[in-house]
Design a protein around this ligand. Structure first.
Ligand SMILES: N[C@@H](CCC(=O)N[C@@H](CS)C(=O)NCC(=O)O)C(=O)O
Length: 213
């Protein structure tokens, strides 16, 4: 046991990002469940771990980290010899840095909004806003056009190996593929093949299994 604790919820896409990196690295961890329905993430004990009151938080030795993408990068760098590399061995780091930002700043905003409108709102008894769906589908379609061009030249987004960049997409893609937004993936052969490839990884299957408990 590497002494890793993850404070979060299995239903949180940001927490799932961290689980995916831990499974890729074949690391054991302890899940400390945060009861978000009870607002535990806004209470003093949790705010002392993340003053922004959001999951996940990772504890490893003296380190306490928040922001899921910083956590996955920490895990990849702290355990370079375990499991999957999650980097581009022998290749320049520049494309990985660029596409990591693309996921966070271009792909994530419309994807998260679509997931909220099409899946999570109904869980809270709220109604989908069709105008928000239309607007964010159009935004996501433009991002996926760029991905289609990129993935016609490169097996994965950063290079020809599966990296943190691809991994960061998994939680949102997993939700989107269960909604009508799947059509945007199906319409783009390289994007569709890439999504099928990354969601079929054994490490990701372990994250999906957590959702079924
Ligand atoms: N940028 C943060 C986002 C974290 C985030 O939005 N977490 C959600 C759950 S997926 C949360 O805690 N929401 C509660 C809130 O914002 O009050 C990350 O990647 O860790």
């Amino acid at each position: 046991m590497a002494g890793i604790k993850v404070h979060g919820s299995v239903f949180s896409t940001a927490t799932q990002r961290v689980f995916a990196s831990l499974y890729e690295k074949e690391l054991e961890y302890e899940l400390v469940p945060v009861d978000m329905k009870a607002g535990e993430h806004k209470k003093e004990a949790f705010l002392s771990l993340n003053p922004f009151g959001q999951v996940p938080v990772l504890e490893h030795g003296d380190q306490k980290l928040f922001e899921s993408r910083a956590i996955t990068q920490y895990i990849a760098q702290e355990f370079p010899d375990k499991g999957t590399q999650l980097a581009c061995p022998g290749k320049p780091i520049a494309p990985l840095l660029v596409w990591k930002e693309v996921e966070a700043l271009q792909f994530d905003p419309p994807s998260s909004k679509l997931n909220w409108e099409l899946v999570y709102k109904s869980m809270f008894g709220m109604t989908t806003d069709p105008a928000a769906v239309e607007e964010n589908e159009a935004k996501l379609a433009k991002v996926l056009d760029v991905y289609e061009a990129r993935l016609s030249q490169s097996k994965y987004l950063a290079c020809d190996s599966f990296t943190l960049v691809d991994l960061h997409h998994l939680p949102n893609i997993n939700v989107l593929l269960g909604t009508p937004v799947k059509k945007l993936f199906d319409a783009r052969p390289h994007v569709s093949a890439w999504a099928a490839d990354i969601t079929s990884r054994p490490a990701w299957a372990k994250v999906v299994a957590l959702l079924k408990h």
